[in-house]
Design a protein around this ligand. Structure first.
Ligand code: TXA
Ligand code: MG
Length: 349
């Protein structure tokens, strides 16, 4: 099968909608990351998503719809869901709600809840409106890889496995949506994203963040969100995070980079724009501005993918405070680094 990247003209969106309706896979842009879509009501089509990604069958998918009316037949909406939709949808928020029977079990991996999302990207909205069906879509990457934030990233992972990738440019948010469980007594964030816990609390009052968001699962512990169980967002090379005073962080990274270079390993450093001058003579790339954490969310996955493309063996990254969008950034960075965190202040004499 030949895979084409198509510009999102009205004709191409209609062509992609026809493909979806006929049971084929289509990759499309959302404001968070690119999705790999299939008709959520067609079991065979949904199964082909799992095959294309190499995704474990027990990891459920998000169902995308254009508007609240289209969500109605799929799940039991409650007052919290309605209030959140009014405040933040369309947008980077996914709500877990009790499913209705029309959703096939393959979509939810047999769970009683279904994940519902109303994306805001104009191309995603036009596609959903044109096909008029709910679209199941995980991130359009090979399972385990960083999520794709450009059409090229999708092509890189899934070439030959689908016909159409709609090109909507770079995804604005850059990290996947916030996954919020609305089936538990207290709404609980299972995956942090563009809609922050602070924003959710503004509407709901009380919101919990699952404590597994910022730490690895313990042996035998059950993941609330099955996706959190798997190796995720991981580059091929070895990534470590380094925290502490920026000058000490730079000193430690210089020291470690020199050691790695002696082992003939290719080293890259991910630093905030403001700190680039501390890293002269090293292969240092900006991961965005410390003063604008949303710029770090926007760039993170592209920077991780570029390191793979450049054959980098060892990476060191600065860290953000885990607040606001920084919580989502650190959730992904921790997983990409397999929770390896060095403390430059503690190592200093
Ligand atoms: O921004 C996004 O959410 C993107 C775009 C394409 O919409 N999609 C995305 O899908 O990130 P995916 O499949 O890569 O991540 C979905 C996450 C997984 O961690 C999955 O386990 C969780 O949502 N999930 C889905 N349905 C669930 C359910 N019923 N119960 C618990 N977790 C669920
Ligand atoms: Mg994913």
């Amino acid at each position: 099968m030949e895979t084409s990247i198509l510009q999102p003209t009205a004709d191409n969106i209609n062509r992609a909608a026809a493909e979806l309706t006929a049971g084929a896979l289509v990759a499309f842009p959302t404001e968070t990351v690119y999705g790999l879509g299939a008709n959520a009501l067609d079991e065979q089509a949904v199964l082909s998503i799992f095959a294309a990604k190499g995704r474990p069958a027990d990891n459920p998918l998000i169902v995308h719809v254009a508007d609240p009316a289209a969500a109605e037949p799929l799940c039991e909406l409650n007052d919290m869901a309605r209030a959140l939709m009014a405040a933040y949808c369309p947008g980077p928020l996914t709500m877990l709600l009790p499913k209705k029977p029309v959703i096939p079990p393959v979509v939810t991996a047999g769970l009683d809840s279904v994940a519902i999302r109303l994306p805001s990207h104009p191309v995603a909205r036009q596609l959903l409106k044109a096909c008029g069906i709910p679209v199941a879509a995980p991130s359009a990457n090979t399972s385990g890889k960083p999520s794709p934030t450009t059409a090229r990233h999708v092509l890189c992972d899934l070439q030959g496995k689908l016909e159409i990738i709609l090109d909507g440019g770079e995804c604005q948010v850059g990290l996947e949506s916030t996954v919020l469980d609305l089936t538990s007594p207290i709404p609980t964030v299972l995956r942090p994203g563009g809609i922050t816990p602070e924003m959710l609390a503004d509407v709901l009052g009380e919101v919990r963040v699952a404590d597994s968001v910022m730490r690895p699962l313990k042996a035998g512990e059950k993941a609330l969100s099955p996706g959190m169980r798997y190796r995720h967002y991981a580059p091929v090379g070895k990534l470590s995070m380094v925290k502490g005073d920026p000058v000490r962080v730079a000193e430690l990274i210089r020291h470690l980079a020199a050691e790695a270079a002696q082992r003939e390993e290719k080293v890259r450093v991910f630093v905030f724009e403001e700190h680039l001058p501390l890293y002269a003579q090293l292969d240092a790339v900006s991961i965005g501005s410390l003063a604008q954490p949303e710029s770090v969310a926007h760039r993170l996955f592209a920077v991780l993918r570029q390191a793979d493309a450049d054959g980098i063996h060892v990476m060191y990254s600065e860290v953000l405070p885990a607040q606001g969008i920084g919580l989502a950034v650190m959730n992904r960075l921790n997983r990409a680094a397999a929770f390896t965190l060095l403390d430059a202040d503690a190592l200093e004499g």
